[in-house]
Design a protein around this ligand. Structure first.
Ligand code: HEC
Length: 112
């Protein structure tokens, strides 16, 4: 088949569709629902929930995904967080990361 202008337009349209689909990966609204339990410890924005609990609002999305997957696999071992991550699907992780990374905060972990 010879590639003509019409084919090119279809190809570009398909590519644009795939790219926008990819950009939409992670749904903050669904993420908020899935994060109800997480919010009790990690709070929202700069809320401090206790010593040793990191603020994750405003954290980079890819960092959050990496951290959750590391707990889930056991590569990052923390008794609390492994327990809260084992049942999360990749989709859950994407959505929760989207929700938290979209929030404003100054990241810190209270240590005293
Ligand atoms: C009972 C309190 C509690 C709950 C509930 C909880 N966490 Fe955590 N989370 C912690 C603590 C404590 C740490 C620090 C663990 C460590 O030192 O590795 C942590 C660490 C994290 C980190 C790593 C932060 C960093 O800066 O590296 C992420 C991401 C995270 N939690 C996400 C979640 C998500 C998502 C949920 C809900 C599915 C959740 N947490 C539920 C207490 C909690």
């Amino acid at each position: 088949m010879k590639m003509n202008f019409k084919h090119m337009k279809i190809l570009l349209g398909t590519l644009a569709m795939l790219m926008s689909f990819n950009a939409a990966a992670g749904d903050a609204v669904a993420g908020k629902e899935k994060a109800q339990l997480c919010l009790t410890c990690h709070g929202e924005g700069n809320t401090v929930q206790g010593v040793g609990t990191p603020i994750i609002s405003g954290q980079y999305k890819d960092y959050l995904i990496h951290a959750m997957k590391s707990y889930r696999s056991g590569a990052r071992n923390n008794a609390i967080m492994v327990g809260f991550s084992v049942n999360l699907s990749d989709r859950d992780i994407e959505d929760i990361a989207e929700f938290y990374s979209a929030m404003d905060s100054q990241l810190f972990t209270p240590i005293e």
